[in-house]
Design a protein around this ligand. Structure first.
Ligand code: APR
Length: 244
C-alpha cells in the first residue's frame, strides 16, 4: 500500500507541507463533521457554527463549544499526531497546516502549526476584541468580557474570514512544497481544499491519506486508503530509513 519508492530522493533539504482535517483526530475519539457518525449528522452547522447563530443564541453556541472542549480535553493525541511531530523533527522545512481546532497536534509535539480555522481553547470579546485565551470559563452561559461584550471561541465560523497571516503562510507553504500530504479531510471546505491543488500545480508530489475517496483523490499522485493512525507511523519508518 505504501511504497518506499514514492519517497526516493527525499532528504533533509526537501520541503514538506501537510494539511490535516478532522479525520486525523478520529482515532483519538474526536468525532469528525461529515462521517456517518459526524457532528453535522447530529447538529445543524448553521445553528451552531456561525456568528449569526452565536448572536441570536450565545448560550446555546457557547455550551456546544464547552461540550466539544470537555471532550477534547479528555482525549489524547493518537499515533498519527505523534508520527507527524516526529517527521517534522526529521525535516527542517516542514509546515503543518490544520483545519482542526482541537490542539492535538501541539499536544503531540508539533511546533510549526498553522491553525487556519482557529483554536477551541482560545477566546476573544466580540466588542473590544480582548483575548481571553488562558481563562478557563466553566459555565454553560456565554461569558461576558469586563467591557460587557460577549466572549466567543476563537474559531472560524461559516462565512467568516480565515486569519489572514495564517492562511497566507499556508498558501506559501503549499506553493513551495516538494511533497504535499492531505490527511483526514473531506476536501469540501475552501480555501483549505485549494491547498493540495496549488501544491500539485506548483510541482509537488501530492499524497492523500483517507480511508474514503474525496473529490481530490483522483488528482493525488498516491492515494493511501488507510486510517492516518496506521499510515503515518509506516511513512515515518520509511522516512527514518532514508533520511540520513
Ligand atoms: N484517518 C484519516 N481520515 C479519516 C479517518 C482516519 N482514521 N476517519 C475518517 N477520516 C476521513 C473521512 O473519510 C473524511 O474524509 O476524515 C474526513 C473528515 O472529513 P470532515 O468531517 O468533513 O472534516 P474536515 O474535512 O476536517 O472538515 C473541514 O469543515 O465543518 C468545517 O470547520 C470545520 O474544519 C472543519 C471543515
Amino acid at each position: 500500500m505504501i511504497e518506499k519508492s514514492w519517497f526516493a530522493g527525499l532528504n533533509k533539504k526537501t520541503t514538506v507541507a501537510v494539511l490535516t482535517g478532522a479525520g486525523i483526530s478520529k482515532e483519538s475519539g474526536v468525532p469528525t463533521f461529515r462521517d456517518s457518525d459526524g457532528l453535522w449528522k447530529k447538529f445543524k452547522p448553521e445553528e451552531l457554527a456561525s456568528f449569526d447563530a452565536f448572536i441570536s443564541n450565545p448560550d446555546l453556541v457557547w455550551d456546544w463549544y464547552q461540550f466539544r472542549r470537555d471532550l477534547i480535553h479528555k482525549v489524547q493525541p493518537n499515533p498519527g499526531h505523534f508520527a507527524l511531530a516526529k517527521i517534522e523533527s526529521l525535516l527542517p522545512n516542514f509546515t503543518l497546516i490544520t483545519q482542526n481546532v482541537d490542539n492535538l497536534h501541539r499536544r503531540a509535539g508539533s511546533r510549526n502549526v498553522l491553525e487556519i480555522h482557529g483554536n477551541i481553547d482560545k477566546n476573544y470579546c466580540v466588542k473590544c476584541q480582548k483575548r481571553h485565551d488562558g481563562t478557563q470559563f466553566n459555565g454553560k452561559k456565554a461569558p461576558r468580557c469586563d467591557c460587557g461584550g460577549l466572549v466567543r471561541p476563537d474559531v472560524v465560523w461559516f462565512g467568516e474570514m480565515l486569519p489572514e497571516k495564517t492562511i497566507q503562510a499556508a498558501f506559501r507553504a503549499a506553493e513551495e512544497a516538494d511533497y504535499f500530504f492531505s490527511i483526514g479531510t473531506s476536501a469540501y471546505v475552501y480555501p483549505a481544499a485549494n491547498l493540495p491543488v496549488i501544491a500539485k500545480m506548483a510541482g509537488a508530489v501530492f499524497i492523500e491519506i483517507n480511508p474514503q475517496e474525496t473529490p481530490l483523490s483522483q488528482q493525488a499522485h498516491h492515494f493511501i486508503s488507510m486510517p492516518s493512525g496506521e499510515a503515518l507511523p509506516e511513512i515515518l519508518r520509511i522516512l527514518e530509513s532514508i533520511i540520513l
